[in-house]
Design a protein around this ligand. Structure first.
Ligand code: KIV
Length: 281
């Protein structure tokens, strides 16, 4: 069944948890879709996981459109959300609408995601008024890493918690259809989830959220640059890949690969030495 914003919001009402994974390419998106993951997030985390940057700031609209289009082609049933990259919406409401439109038209996303609370409410309102579902992102918003001074838990003291609650209420009022809560204390995230009617998707925000998201390379142990505390490794795919790559090298060197079954045969009667003589005559 195709996941839509209505089916996802219905899941919250029924108390059914929502699953979300990041995806950046066609074949991985297809596997996640076949497994039944509700929503695929083309996160700007692709800057780190796919492109090797140290943060998300260098990711461009072109990067996001390219990867979103690939994921959308692989997602038959999953709801595809595309991240709006740094400076594609902060600059003005106009830029926000134009760039959200590009992610929908060129990337074929089902929704866009942007980071921030009260300050980006005009953007959330304007984009949703163009019939584009908007997912908000609060807490540790990676595009603000330079203001936070690192990837740190947010909402720890009362003033910060109150600000987060206010942001959550305001983004819902502005028209957000869902919100990601990243690195927020469990009790606070649970409280926000109980006061909002839109679904909350947690990452390092505890089990009280309406759904959970992880970066897929983290949950498959494929990315070793750094692993946040909230990551659970569901499989050691990184090790399996490395073993297969080593085996590939070994089999090429030993002559075990390619075997006859991996080779093409046309006419074994032909003497190519003799045939090549024709080039000289
Ligand atoms: O970019 C991303 O992958 C994200 C998730 C970490 C929520 O925003």
């Amino acid at each position: 069944m195709k996941n839509t914003i209505s089916t996802i919001q219905e899941q919250k009402k029924k108390g059914e948890k929502i699953s979300m994974l990041t995806a950046y390419d066609y074949s991985t998106a297809k596997l996640m879709d076949e497994a039944g993951v509700n929503t695929l997030l083309v996160g700007d985390s692709l800057g780190m996981t796919m492109l090797g940057y140290e943060d998300t700031l260098s990711v461009t609209m072109e990067d996001m459109i390219h990867h979103t289009a690939a994921v959308s082609r692989g997602a038959k049933n999953a709801f595809v959300i595309a991240d709006m990259p740094f400076m594609s919406y902060q600059t003005s409401v106009y830029d926000a609408v134009v760039n959200a439109g590009r992610l929908m038209k060129e990337g074929r996303a089902n929704a866009v995601k942007l980071e921030g609370g009260v300050t980006v409410c005009p953007q959330i309102k304007a984009i949703s008024e163009c019939s584009i579902p908007v997912v908000a992102h609060l807490g540790m918003t990676p595009q603000s890493v330079n203001v936070f001074g690192g990837f740190k838990v947010q909402g720890k003291d009362e003033a910060a918690a109150l600000k987060l609650i206010q942001d959550a209420i305001e983004i819902e009022k502005a028209g957000a259809c869902m919100v990601v809560l990243e690195c927020v204390p469990k009790k606070l995230a649970g409280y926000i989830s109980s006061v909002l009617s839109i679904p909350t998707i947690g990452i390092g925000a505890g089990a009280g959220c309406d759904g959970q998201v992880l970066v897929y390379q983290d949950m498959l142990a494929m990315f070793s640059d750094f692993t946040p505390k909230f990551v659970k490794k569901f499989a050691d795919v990184g090790d399996v890949m490395k073993e297969a790559f080593t085996e590939f090298i070994n089999e090429i060197q030993s002559g075990q690969f390619p075997a006859d079954e991996h080779s093409f045969k046309v006419n074994d009667e032909t003497d190519y030495e003799k045939l090549a003589q024709k080039l000289k005559s």
